[in-house]
Design a protein around this ligand. Structure first.
Ligand SMILES: Nc1ncnc2c1ncn2[C@@H]1O[C@H](COP(=O)(O)OP(=O)(O)OP(=O)(O)O)[C@@H](O)[C@H]1O
Ligand SMILES: [Mg+2]
Length: 318
């Protein structure tokens, strides 16, 4: 099952995807690849073009230029086939407040032509998946916001789609409901679904997703593994060091080396700034130990996706 051993198979590929609104480009030449089995984070600030992209992939919006394929189907030419293999959860969806949970899902099951005899089981299965089995007979209007979001997710699962396009499914949820939503998405990934989830809350995608794309003003800034974003941004990484020997001597030792951009005493510790982008920071320990310093502690400042995002988009957003 490891994605490292088998070559990845693309589930979504876009080429030069562009969408104009008058003279304004909501999306400019987006080249994106999402592989089968990915839990893919689509990150961007307000107005970056996330919803525009997802609506095009969901066949609800035509691109002005470029193309997009989903599991081999073209979103314009093969729109019907695309709709069968995707489940699209829009950022805002109306709920039928006076309908019961099962009625609502049964209705969508009928829309997808799931035979009546099979529908009850299908509805039960998706309710189980999203943890709403106990709310079967409830009116939708009586469900909490988090439960309504999970019901929205159940709805897009009803025809067992291979690819889920989820536009900010956790927006407006409290921290606990967010965590529940994320756990459901991880479970869906385990079941073999490919999932694209958009968000501007980066920290929650950082641990959830295996790959991310960052867009800003309709342009792709980064696409690849989450770790890769950090590596790409790792210039000037900071390592904190504590020694029990003479720290002034240790600082001198570090400063004499080209691999180290700077070393300075800070609050009983030594703040070491690396010169290169090599993710291996064992060079710091090597220098100190070989120079006779007594190393007690060495730790790296973890760069969060938030920080990375701020760095990557700084030029664009000013
Ligand atoms: N129907 C429309 N008419 C004109 N401009 C639009 C329309 N829909 C979107 N836009 C513009 O396209 C750009 C991208 O919008 P989009 O909704 O895709 O961004 P987003 O990343 O989903 O933002 P948010 O985080 O606020 O949901 C924005 O500048 C927006 O104003
Ligand atoms: Mg949006």
């Amino acid at each position: 099952m490891s994605t490292e051993t088998a070559p990845p198979i693309p589930a979504v590929q876009t080429h030069g995807l562009t969408r104009m609104y008058g003279s304004i480009a909501a999306l400019s030449g987006l080249d994106l690849t999402v592989n089968k089995g990915d839990l893919f984070g689509f990150i961007g600030s307000n107005g970056a073009g996330k919803t525009t992209t997802l609506r095009i992939l969901a066949t609800f919006l035509a691109p002005s230029a470029g193309s997009a394929q989903i599991l081999g189907y073209d979103v314009v030419r093969d729109a019907d086939a695309v709709r069968h293999v995707i489940g699209y959860m829009p950022d805002f969806f109306g709920v039928y407040k006076d309908m019961e949970v099962t009625e609502y899902l049964d209705f969508f099951g009928a829309c997808y032509k799931i035979p009546t005899a099979q529908r009850e089981k299908t509805v039960n299965d998706v309710l189980e998946l999203v943890g709403l089995s106990e709310k079967k007979g409830s009116l939708i209007g009586a469900l909490s916001r988090g439960m309504q979001q999970r019901l929205g997710l159940a709805r897009v699962l009803i025809h067992d789609p291979q690819l889920l396009l989820l536009d900010e499914p956790a927006s407006g949820l409290d921290p606990r409901a967010r965590i529940e939503m994320m756990a459901i998405l991880q479970e869906l990934q385990r079941l073999g679904k490919t999932i694209i989830i958009s968000s501007h809350i980066l920290s929650e995608l950082q641990t959830l997703c295996n790959r991310v794309a960052i867009i800003e003003k309709g342009r792709l800034i980064y696409s690849g593994p989450v770790q890769g974003v950090r590596d790409q941004m790792s210039q000037g990484r900071v390592i904190w060091v504590r020694v029990s020997s003479d720290s002034a001597k240790a600082i001198e030792l570090l400063k004499s080396r080209t691999e180290i951009a700077d070393a300075a005493a800070s609050d009983g510790e030594i703040k070491v700034t690396l010169a290169g982008t090599d993710p291996d920071h064992s060079i710091v320990a090597d220098i100190l130990v070989h120079g006779g310093a007594k190393l007690i502690e060495l730790r790296e400042d973890e760069i969060g996706l938030e920080e990375v995002f701020m760095r990557v988009t700084r030029g664009e957003t000013q």
